[in-house]
Design a protein around this ligand. Structure first.
Ligand code: DGL
Length: 259
């Protein structure tokens, strides 16, 4: 096997912090033989309340880091960074597949349930044109309710995935909505799947909760297949995790979230 065999190189993932691990975890299920490199920019989290220009710059830095680790493809495992930077990243790094993530509105619409579809995401994701385009596509026959959730990412970054403070925060977020009118909730931020159980506790079992990790992992597979970049070996792949906070605790949290 030559050292330059592209298929042997790892797949890079990045996010503003630990959230993108929810997407990488799915990819590891679908593509278990690939090697993975993850970069979490926890030092600069949350991205969702920064300016678009700041998030673009941070996204380029993260991509450069992953390329320095020989990534054969980059997954922007962050809805916020995808809305701010994916077009520019694809222009600059046209030689490799760059896969993004957006709120999984389509599967929520396809459930065809009566009631509101609530989209939980960061203020930037909901304000950017990528989301507004997506919303306009489905808005006509569907009751879509964007719910900006500034402050939620911070709980997950601290490793707080349950407890009173979190459930009070969620109760408060949903307090102006009639819970029985909610058909489904789309988790439009890759951090949120880690608190899915808490969201369920607040909204009840009948509400469907959907995230985009599976769609993104499948898209990654398709894009690698298209360019003949899938790893051919049969051994189980490796995982390397990096974070802009260079401390043990955050890396430990990452491995805990991947379990
Ligand atoms: N995981 C990021 C996303 O999917 C969180 C953004 C943030 O850091 O605010 O949007």
């Amino acid at each position: 096997m030559s050292k330059n065999d592209l298929t042997e190189k790892p797949i890079g993932f990045f996010d503003s912090g630990v959230g993108g691990l929810s997407v990488m975890k799915k990819a590891m299920e679908i593509l278990p033989n690939e090697d993975y490199i993850y970069f979490g920019d926890s030092k600069n989290a949350p991205y969702g309340i920064k300016t678009v220009e700041e998030v673009k710059e941070l996204s380029f830095n993260a991509t450069e880091f992953l390329l320095s680790k020989r990534a054969k493809a980059v997954v922007v495992a962050c809805n916020t960074a995808t809305s701010a930077a994916i077009e520019d990243l694809r222009k600059v790094y046209s030689e490799i597949p760059i896969i993004g993530i957006e709120p999984a509105l389509k599967p929520a619409v396809e459930l065809n349930k009566k009631g509101k579809i609530v989209i939980m995401a960061t203020p930037m994701t909901l304000a950017e044109k990528k989301f507004n385009k997506l919303m306009n596509k489905y808005n006509e026959n569907t009751d879509i309710y964007p719910l900006p959730c500034a402050g939620l990412v911070e709980f997950i970054e601290k490793g707080t995935l349950s407890g009173e403070e979190l459930s009070n925060f969620l109760e408060d977020k949903f307090s102006h909505l009639e819970k029985k009118e909610i058909a489904s909730v789309v988790l439009g931020c890759t951090h949120y799947p880690f608190v899915k159980d808490e969201i369920k506790k607040v909204l009840g079992e009948d509400v469907s909760i959907i995230d985009g990790s599976e769609g993104t992992a499948k898209e990654l597979k398709r894009r690698l297949q298209e360019r003949n970049l899938l790893r051919k070996g049969r051994r189980i792949g490796t995982v390397e995790i990096y974070n802009s906070f260079d401390n043990e605790e955050i890396i430990e949290l990452c491995y805990k979230l991947l379990k």
